[in-house]
Structures are given as C-alpha cells and as structure tokens.
Design a protein. Structure first.
Length: 567
C-alpha cells in the first residue's frame, strides 16, 4: 500500500511497518510518499523514533502506539437508504459514549436507541470520540483527529452505531475539536508547523491557521472533518469552542470548512451541517456567506441556558451575575432577540459583549437547560432537580430555538456528571487533580468535596442508571418530556423559529413567566406563591393547576380556542 505524510522540515523519512523500515521519497510541498506492506506502522523522521501517522484512522494501542490502516470501503452498511434530515425543526440529544451505559461502548449505547426514538428526538450528538490517553475522559483531550477511541469500539464500532441510528430514523452529530489537541500524546509538532506562537489560547500555542505552513494545517483539519461525514456517514459536526480558532486570513477557516461541507453534501446527495460552540455572540458565524458570514447552520446559545438556570435556581455567581439582576427580564430578552448580550454591558466580562442577532430565525441557535459543560464544569457535577427540569423543559421545547437536552435529563437522572480524566502520565494526572481542587477551593469548596478526576469512582458516579426511568418521579418526568416533544412536533406554532412572532409576559416580583407562541401560552411559575395567570384551555401541565390559578413551581401550556387533540 502507499504511505504518505507531510513533514516539510525533515531531510529523511521512512515508514516502519511491523518493525521493518521502508524509505519514502520526497514529493512536492513537503510531502513524503512510498510503497510498503500493510500492517501496524509509524513514521521515522531523520532517524528518530517511530511516530503514529497524523492522519491515522486507527490507533489500536492508544495515541502513542503504532497506526493501523482502515479500509473504509470494506464496511457493510445497511441496505436501507438513509437520505439524511435537516437540523431545522429537529430535537437534539447530547450524550457521552463512556458514561451513557456502564459498558461505555458504541455497542452498549446502541441498545438504548429505542429509548431515544420513543422520547422523540431526531439527532444524537456524540461528544468527541477521537483517541485520548487511558480509557476514560470527556474526549476533549483527543490527539488523533482522524481516528476513533479504541475502548469505545474503534472505527467499526462507530460505523455500526451510526448505521443502527440511521435504521431507526435518528441522525448523528459528532463533536469535533479543532482548536487544540490534548497535552499528552500529541506528536503533530514533530511533523511540521501545526501550531504557532503567533497566537495563544487557553491551551497554549494556537493551531496554525494563518502563519507560514497554514495551508496544509487547514487542509489537515478540513479533510478530517469531511472524513467523519463521508467515511462514517455522520450527518453533522459540532465544532468545539470556535472562538479559539484564531485566524487572521481573509477567508476564515470556518467559512472554508462550511463551503467544503456544502460541496460534500451536494456530492453525497444528503443534508450535512456544522454547529458551532462560541462565546462571542457573533451573528457572522451563522450569517450567510453572501452577507459576509461564515455560513454555519447553527450555534449553541449559552445565554438562553444562563437565563433559564438563573430563573429556576436563583444562582448569581460567576457568569450568572449578568442574568441575576432581573432573571425573567433576561429570559424575555433572550427569547425575543436570540441572546441577552447583543452589544450590552457584561459585568462578568467587565466590558460590552456581543452583537444583535442578525437574522430573525431562532432555529440557528440551539437552546438547552443542561449540557455536558454546564453540569460537568460545576464543582461536583450536580444536575438540576426533576422539578426544576420540568419547568425549564416547557420553555426549551416551546422556544423558537432548536431544542437540545443532555443524556439522562429526560428522567431527572440522580447521577451527577463530573469531570474525569485518565491521564497515564503521573505528573500530568497530579497536575490536573490539584488544578481542579485549586479552582473550586477558591470558590469556597473544601478540597475533599471536589471529586478526583483521575478516580475510577468519579466515572462510575457519572454513569447513567438505566433502572431510574422506569419508576417514580423519574418515570413521570420522562412522560412529561415525551409529551412536550410530541406537542412541539404536532404544532407548527411551537416550531416557528421567527423571533418576531414571539411574545412574552412576566412579573419579576411574583415570579411567573408566559411565553406566547401562536395560539399557545406557556406559563411557568418560578415563584413560591400561587399566580392567577391562566387563559385558554389547558393542554399540558406540571405541578398544581386549579381553575385559573397556577401553583408554586408549576407550569401549564394552554391553547386559545379549540385545544389540539393531545396527547
């Protein structure tokens, strides 16, 4: 087979296959190529140690081990055709393969796809699945952007999961990380200028998107993204922290990637899309390219989360401070304008932040009450309670945004979701452990209260308990989520993304909030006293509803005129 690698500064390169060396010949543009037998392989640069292939599709022994070729054409996909589905109008379910089930594999997760179908979601969003050191981790420390974490099931395991999801009518979104690589097992700097000191990020030197050599670096990440969509038949990609993709070139990397994805969609004959995570509140991420934007399909909306969280919990520390002065007014602003910070002052940042949402269509924002970040980055990974989730879910699924929920949320999982790692380097492991403790002890937590990210117990505590949704309050909340999703899909008014048609009423002092969506009114009483706010015929309710009065910590959805035949 032919081996190719980009190593522009090397004077001599050979591929080592199963212990035998084979010299490669220099090609144009800093590339090296040559023929050698198939097998476990690595590249030696100028006589150095064998390193894994930067474009490796499989790392059977982990990020530091040899690479192994993968014949993507050999996988037998189902004969049932999958034509894809658009993101707009859909409901997204985020999950982490390692803690979605006790086994922590693609195969085990596949066994619960029927649960997601019954719930009514349209897309499964997988947290990153690229290889990282050890067995357990969030996945954001991946170091091989073309490969699949072997303990999850490797490349074939991912393909089987995607194939099974498609057979059941579920699309698959994959979370990918282009803004940095993990601190252990990253061999890219040995090969070429993949990073630059020209810019710095929270993880150190930035990925080289605009300095000398950046053409090949951009191609490396662009082609990796396309490989997930093409070789694994994934439907969309969630791009992690795109605000850390520092790029001063005239055509931003995000625009270049979006163009390539659109072209691949035409070639494959099915919808493909990109969703960004960004804290910039910058409309250009989703604005059409004809209007000077990057042209991505959507981006996460942390402002909606923060407003919801503050309203239901009363927390005002950290970034919640901007929303805590008048939480219901903040929630109203987000629901009618797209986000809260649209050029307004942010006390948390100490400056003005954001820009008005350029389009009037909320489907370009993902709205949620919980995500892996918003739970896992808390000191003990605590989730909202079932009662709190019932209230926030009513607004999430009746909002003009694309709704998303985090695994276990639908039944009010009692298991936390904590930060965990499995670094094999003892010094790095201890640094992460101590860093986590320092971070939260500075906010008033005792060191012993902060879970040890390296402990197996932290992973076990974060693993879903699939016995819970079958009983008690968990089963009741699951039914509530199913009803909300069914109502949304049966009612065009609730899927309408036009922010100009969203109306709200609220009483900050009393604590009630009403979202008007066509003939529907969604009223949530966050307060501790009854509120007289009902109008129209009740369709769905949670908590106490008596005549025209709504009890504390309760919510109701009413419809004017003839209520829909539901449930």
């Amino acid at each position: 087979m032919e081996y190719r690698v980009w190593a522009p500064a090397a004077r001599r390169v050979e591929v080592e296959v199963d212990g035998s060396g084979h010299p490669l010949r220099a090609a144009e543009g800093g590339w090296w190529q040559g023929e050698a037998p198939a097998g476990r392989y690595g590249f030696r640069l100028d006589g150095g140690p064998a390193l894994p292939d930067p474009r490796s599709a499989r790392q059977p022994d982990g990020p530091d081990g040899p690479s192994l070729p993968v014949d993507h054409a050999a996988f037998r996909w189902s004969e049932v055709p999958w034509h894809g589905r658009p993101l707009a109008g859909s409901v997204v379910y985020e999950l982490h393969i390692g803690t979605f089930t006790p086994a922590g594999t693609f195969a085990a997760a596949e066994q619960h796809l029927d649960h997601l179908v019954a719930l009514g979601v349209d897309f499964v969003e997988l947290m990153p699945v690229c290889p990282f050191p050890g067995v357990h981790g969030w996945g954001y420390d991946g170091v091989a952007p073309w490969a699949v974490h072997e303990p999850y099931g490797g490349p074939e395991g991912l393909k089987r999961f995607v194939d099974a999801a498609h057979r059941k009518g579920l699309g698959v979104i994959l979370d990918v990380v282009h803004n940095h690589l993990g601190p252990s097992g990253n061999h890219l700097p040995a090969y070429g200028p993949y990073f630059t000191e020209r810019h710095h990020t929270p993880w150190g030197a930035a990925v080289n998107l605009d300095a000398p050599g950046s053409d090949e670096v951009r191609a490396y990440f662009r082609q990796s993204a396309l490989a997930w969509l093409r070789d694994y038949r994934v439907d969309g990609l969630r791009l992690d922290a795109v605000h850390a993709l520092v790029d001063d070139r005239a055509v931003h990397f995000l625009e270049e990637l979006a163009i390539a994805v659109d072209e691949l969609a035409v070639s494959l004959g099915r919808p493909l899309f990109l969703v960004a995570e960004s804290d910039l509140n910058a409309p250009r991420i989703t604005d059409p390219r004809q209007a000077g934007g990057h042209g991505l399909a959507a981006q996460w909306s942390d402002d909606f989360h923060h407003a919801l969280h503050t309203a239901v919990t009363g927390e005002t520390q950290g970034y919640y401070a901007d929303f805590g002065r008048a939480p219901l007014a903040a929630l109203a602003r987000v629901l009618t304008r797209g986000w809260f910070h649209d050029g307004t002052w942010s006390a948390f940042r100490g400056r003005h932040h954001g820009r008005p949402f350029a389009t009037a269509y909320g489907h370009r924002l993902l709205g949620y009450a919980q995500t892996h970040d918003q739970i896992g980055n808390r000191a003990v990974g605590d989730r909202l309670s079932a009662g709190q989730l019932a209230l926030t879910a009513a607004l999430v699924f009746c909002s003009p945004f694309t709704p998303m929920l985090f695994m276990g949320e639908e039944w009010g999982a009692s298991t936390p979701w904590q930060y965990f790692t499995d670094h094999t380097d003892p010094e790095l492991a201890e640094a992460v452990r101590q860093g986590r403790r320092r971070e939260f002890t500075a906010h008033g937590w005792a060191a012993e209260q902060v879970p040890d990210p390296q402990a197996r117990a932290t992973v076990l505590a974060s693993t879903l308990d699939w016995a819970e949704p079958r009983s008690g309050e968990h089963a009741e909340l699951l039914q509530w989520y199913r009803q909300l999703i069914r109502l949304r899909k049966a009612s065009p008014e609730l899927c309408d993304p036009d922010l100009r048609r969203v109306r709200v009423d609220f009483d900050e002092a009393a604590g009630w909030f009403t979202l008007h969506r066509g003939k529907f009114a969604v009223t949530v009483n966050f307060g501790e006293k009854e509120a007289e706010v009902l109008s129209g015929a009740p369709v769905l309710s949670w908590g106490t509803v008596s005549g025209t009065r709504l009890g504390p910590r309760s919510c109701v959805i009413t419809a004017a005129g003839n209520p829909p035949a539901f449930p």
